[in-house]
Design a protein around this ligand. Structure first.
Ligand code: CPA
Length: 124
């Protein structure tokens, strides 16, 4: 169970880059964060906010996740995001992505005794 919160940090957290207008961001980051091993992960969202802000989303009211579980929570405020989507021409192992920069509310699933995000469900 413990590894899942580290997986969320690896796949979705990037507080260092507050604004990004770099077309290579997704190509570099999807690889650097090990999401292009075995397959190209088709979509992934990075959150450019401090860990405390993202962890605090778990304290918002429970809502239903896409998979029907009740452990999702929506941020009250919009957060800075980069959404990475695999291009049509991208072929493993040469994973290619298009980046979209967004400011949207996020929905995450949370788990654990220290109740923290383990899954990125959506942005709205
Ligand atoms: P991840 O957060 O690693 O939706 C599939 C993946 O695509 C998902 O990966 C997030 C990503 N995505 C994204 N941005 C989007 C849309 C999708 O980044 N806009 O998921 C981690 C694990 O969580 C998966 O193995 C499935 C699992 N999971 C799904 N619902 C859950 C729940 N309610 N509670 C706990 N785990 C859940």
């Amino acid at each position: 169970r413990f590894w899942r919160l580290h997986k969320f940090q690896r796949q979705h957290m990037d507080p260092e880059h507050l604004t990004t207008n770099n077309t290579q961001y997704c190509n570099l980051m999807m690889k650097a964060r090990n999401m292009t091993k075995g397959i190209c992960k088709p979509v992934n969202t990075f959150i450019h906010e401090p860990k405390e802000i993202v962890d605090a989303v778990c304290q918002e009211a429970n809502i239903t996740c896409k998979n029907g579980q009740p452990n999702c929570h929506q941020s009250s405020l919009p957060l800075n995001l980069t959404h990475c989507r695999q291009t049509g021409a991208s072929k493993y192992p040469n994973c290619q992505y298009r980046a979209s920069y967004l400011t949207k509310q996020i929905i995450v699933a949370c788990e654990g005794k220290v109740y923290v995000p383990v899954h990125f469900d959506a942005y709205v």
